[in-house]
Design a protein around this ligand. Structure first.
Ligand code: MN3
Length: 203
């Protein structure tokens, strides 16, 4: 089984003016496609692995043949992280989540506004390429960052939300202004996806 680049759930230009069409097109059709192709190439000679989901591969990297561990971590992580990322965004996004997800965020971070501020700070402070995440770790909400394409699921955490802070995610429109990119991100977060993932993982 080959991994397939998922279609975006909206047009390349649907997230304008926050995420621009050109960035979205290159990010999906070049970067995400590249991770997908490289993952498939690495797995091709290993028929015994073809039945596994990407989640299973990323949760068991150290049990894979040593020759492909780094490629699965980098390109498998890139495939998985971006597949999630597109679902965290929506042209009808922004605002805040509802219900138990909002209650949990408020209980953990004092307020929703404080969560947004803490998340942005973590994403701003992250040096170099990587991601900042809201995860469930041992039953608790937690903000964390990972380098490169490392995925929190490889550390046994469940992802609720994540933002790509590689320069390729924002450089065309925002150049070095990562803070403006993060402000834009929160205008288009699909909180329905986040709340759904929260309920799937805690109930
Ligand atoms: Mn990216």
């Amino acid at each position: 089984m080959k991994f397939i680049l998922p279609d975006l759930p909206y047009d390349y230009k649907a997230l304008e003016p926050y995420f621009d069409e050109k960035t979205m097109m290159i990010h999906h059709s070049k970067h995400h496609a590249g991770y997908t192709n490289n993952l498939n190439l690495a797995l091709e000679p290993h028929a015994e692995l073809h039945a596994f989901s990407i989640e299973h591969l990323l949760k068991n990297i150290e049990r894979l043949p040593e020759s492909i561990q780094t490629t699965v971590k980098n390109n498998g992580g890139g495939f998985y992280n971006h597949s999630l990322f597109w679902t965290f965004l929506s042209p009808r996004g922004g605002g805040k989540p509802e219900g138990k997800c909002l209650e949990a965020i408020e209980a953990t971070f004092q307020s929703f506004e404080q969560f947004v501020s803490d998340f942005k700070q973590a994403a701003l402070r992250h040096f170099g390429s990587g991601w900042t995440w809201l995860v469930i770790s041992d039953g608790n909400l937690e903000i964390m960052s990972t380098a490169n394409q490392d995925s929190p699921i490889s550390d046994g955490k469940e992802v609720l939300l994540g933002v790509d802070v590689w320069e390729h995610a924002y450089y065309i429109k925002y150049q070095n202004r990562r803070a403006e990119f993060l402000d834009a991100f929160f205008e288009i977060v699909n909180w329905e996806t986040v709340a759904k993932r929260f309920e799937e993982n805690l109930s």
